[in-house]
Design a protein around this ligand. Structure first.
Ligand code: QAP
Ligand code: CO
Length: 168
C-alpha cells in the first residue's frame, strides 16, 4: 500500500469535476486501499479521490470512533429526505488546521456502488450525512470553505498559501 499526496486549498485541481468510474478492476481496488491508508494515517474521517488528484467519482470514509467501519462509495448520488439543516464544525484534509460551522440537510438517501461494482443504498443522518455530502462536494469541485463568508475564505486562503510557500 502507499500514502498518496493530498492537494491543498487553493490548488485549482481541487476544482475539477470528477467523471464516473467505469472499470471495477484491481487498479480501482488498489486506489481505494491507498485512499484508506492515506485517510487513516492523516486522522481523517473522509477522503475523496479529487483530493489525491484522481478525478474519478469515488470516496472513502469512516466516521466510527473505533476506526473499524470503512465505507467506499463509487459513483454516489444522494437525495435529501429531511430538508431541515444541521450545523456541524467541518474540517478537511485539503484545508489543514481550519474548522468552521457549515449547515447541510439533516438526512439523505444515498445510492452508490461498492468496490466490486455492486449497487447499494443507505439512509444517513448526523455526522455520516454531513461527511457524505462534504465528500460528494469534492467530486463536483466544491469545498466547505465555499459555504463561508468571502472574508473568512480569503483569510484561510492567505494563511494556507503562506504555509505552502514556507514548505515548498
Ligand atoms: C470531512 O474531513 C468532514 O484540518 C472529512 O488538521 C470533517 O477528515 C466532515 C483533518 C468534519 C464532517 C466533519 C482536518 C485532520 C480531517 C484537519 C476530515 C487536520 C487534521 C478532516
Ligand atoms: Co474535504
Amino acid at each position: 500500500m502507499a500514502l498518496l499526496p493530498i492537494l491543498e486549498f487553493p490548488d485549482p485541481r481541487l476544482r475539477k469535476l470528477a467523471s464516473p468510474v467505469t472499470h471495477f478492476d484491481d487498479r480501482l481496488r488498489r486506489l481505494v486501499d491507498n485512499m484508506f491508508e492515506t485517510m487513516y494515517q492523516s486522522e481523517g474521517i473522509g477522503l475523496a479521490a479529487t483530493q489525491v488528484n484522481v478525478h474519478k467519482r469515488l470516496l472513502v470514509l469512516d466516521v466510527s470512533e473505533e476506526k473499524d467501519s470503512p465505507h467506499v462509495f463509487i459513483n454516489p448520488e444522494f437525495e435529501v429526505i429531511e430538508e431541515e439543516l444541521q450545523d456541524y464544525q467541518e474540517g478537511c484534509l485539503s484545508v489543514p488546521g481550519f474548522f468552521e460551522e457549515v449547515s447541510r440537510p439533516r438526512a439523505i438517501r444515498v445510492s452508490a456502488r461498492d468496490r466490486n461494482g455492486e449497487t447499494f443504498e443507505l439512509e444517513a443522518k448526523g455526522l455520516l450525512a454531513v461527511c457524505i455530502q462534504h465528500e460528494i462536494d469534492h467530486l463536483d469541485g466544491k469545498l466547505f470553505v465555499d459555504y463561508l463568508s468571502p472574508l473568512k475564505r480569503q483569510r484561510i486562503r492567505s494563511k494556507l498559501q503562506k504555509e505552502q510557500r514556507k514548505s515548498a
